[in-house]
Design a protein around this ligand. Structure first.
Ligand SMILES: Nc1ncnc2c1ncn2[C@@H]1O[C@H](COP(=O)(O)OP(=O)(O)OP(=O)(O)O)[C@@H](O)[C@H]1O
Ligand SMILES: [Mg+2]
Length: 423
């Protein structure tokens, strides 16, 4: 079934399932009342109009099976025996808050996917800036959007697209990027997100000519991203994000951090289980050692990746960089031993913050990164611990007033930064 040509049969299907929808909606209203005391339930319920606005038999089964309100899991969909069933569900996850766009509409919104609208490109495919408003869909807020288009010759496909819709379509939080809608038309798969004005943390932190992020901004980003991850780990049914890295942290105009890219996300272990076992996937340098060795995935694997990003924020250095001296190419191996030694901390902290950071605060952040990067998963902090610690450090004011250091950032051809000193 497609967005365009399949609309007629889709409407018939819709009418057939209307009674089911009414029952489900009543149930949601009831649950919204009975669970309103629970913050997590509330957060999930924000997504409920489209969560249970499911019009397939699978949705009915999912509700009856659990007998109570719960998020639809990826396995509810991907365990379906036929590809068609997956297709039906993805088409059925439509509701007032998740819009289905046609390819033509998204073409219009992005100036025909023009090169000048290109924001970047990742494993899924190119991402374009676009604009939508209520002329496109009644009730749709006039806003800039980011449109991600599946590269039909690329490594990712329907599965990653569907995971994004299943997770981001249901989970709403100030530190998760908002999915506005999608397109499913023949072989085309697109995703439409809120536009994040400052792009990815990767670009802000490492792009050659971007201004250096001050310490307080780095801490704001670290806290926002930690809150997003903590939310995922603490929902009724935990989600393991599995791809935490600087390019997946997007920044709003005021540097509010939001997690994007749920293509690799997994539902966490259930009941007595302590982990799930899965094929090792992710990005080099960010994956936890035990996950690489055994394929055992837990929320603590995400905590390790979080530690890597925190270290990148502290140092301004990429996790792996073959242009650095061989001893320093692997950031974690080089920096982790230095994090606990207060005298050596100055060697670690990004020279581009020009000494403008609170010493005690920096020591605490370094100790936190050290803990998150523990080789053994057990001593790693939980994400809610991380949030608590970072919240307490947001307004540290014992800023180091060192000698004035003039840092003239120019770059050699191999990407090394050359610094000049004055004063
Ligand atoms: N919602 C958005 N708002 C603004 N820019 C975005 C948005 N989503 C993505 N981008 C831009 O598009 C780029 C590519 O994003 P994408 O997530 O597809 O790839 P990636 O994260 O770089 O790589 P990977 O495939 O490993 O995740 C990002 O780096 C960012 O600059
Ligand atoms: Mg990404």
């Amino acid at each position: 079934m497609t967005c365009g040509s399949g609309m007629h049969s889709h409407n018939i299907y819709y009418r057939k399932q209307k009674n089911l929808m009414n029952t489900v909606e009543t149930r949601i209203k009831h649950l919204a009342c009975t669970h309103s005391h629970d913050m997590h339930a509330c957060a999930l319920l924000i997504g409920s109009p489209f969560l249970f606005d499911l019009i397939g038999q699978q949705a009915e089964k999912a509700v009856l099976k659990r007998g109570s309100f719960q998020r639809l899991c990826l396995s509810d969909v991907s365990n379906s025996s036929s590809i068609q069933a997956i297709d039906d569900i993805s088409v059925s996850l439509v509701g007032p808050k998740l819009h289905t766009f046609t390819l033509e509409e998204l073409r219009e919104a992005t100036h025909n996917f023009s090169w000048s609208n290109l924001l970047g490109e990742g494993g899924f495919g190119p991402v374009y800036k676009g604009f939508v408003d209520d002329k496109l869909r009644p009730g749709l807020k006039a806003q800039s959007v980011a449109v991600k288009r599946l590269d039909l010759d690329g490594k990712q496909g329907h599965k990653e697209w569907l995971a994004e819709i299943i997770f981001l379509g249901q989970l709403r939080h100030p530190h998760l990027v908002k999915l506005i809608g999608y397109c499913y038309e023949e072989e085309h798969r697109l995703l439409v997100y809120e536009f994040m004005a400052r792009g990815s943390l990767e670009n802000q932190l490492f792009r050659r000519y971007s201004a250096a992020l001050p310490w307080s901004t780095r801490m704001k980003i670290a806290l926002g991203a930690a809150k997003g991850l903590a939310f995922l780990h603490e929902t009724d049914k935990p989600v393991i994000y599995r791809d935490f890295k600087t390019s997946n942290i997007l920044l709003d105009s005021d540097y509010t951090a939001k997690l994007s890219d749920f293509g690799l996300a997994k539902d966490g272990p259930e009941g007595e289980e302590t982990h799930i076992t899965t094929r090792v996937m992710g990005t080099q340098g960010y994956a936890a050692p035990e996950y690489i060795m055994t394929g055992h995935l837990t929320t603590k694997s995400d905590v390790y990746s979080y530690g890597v990003v925190l270290l990148e924020l502290l140092t301004g250095k990429r996790v792996v960089d073959k242009t650095r001296p061989s001893r320093e190419q692997n950031l974690v191996e080089w920096a982790r031993p230095l994090l606990r030694d207060q005298r050596k901390l100055f060697r670690v902290i990004d020279p581009r913050v020009e000494g403008q950071f609170p010493i005690k605060g920096a020591q605490k952040v370094a100790a936190l990164a050290y803990k998150c990067l523990s080789h053994n998963p057990n001593p790693r902090a939980t994400m809610s611990d991380v949030v608590k610690i970072l919240e307490s450090l947001q307004n540290f004011d014992d800023v180091f007033k060192g000698p004035f250091v003039y840092v003239a950032v120019s770059e050699t051809s191999d990407g090394d930064i050359v610094k000049g000193k004055e004063g």
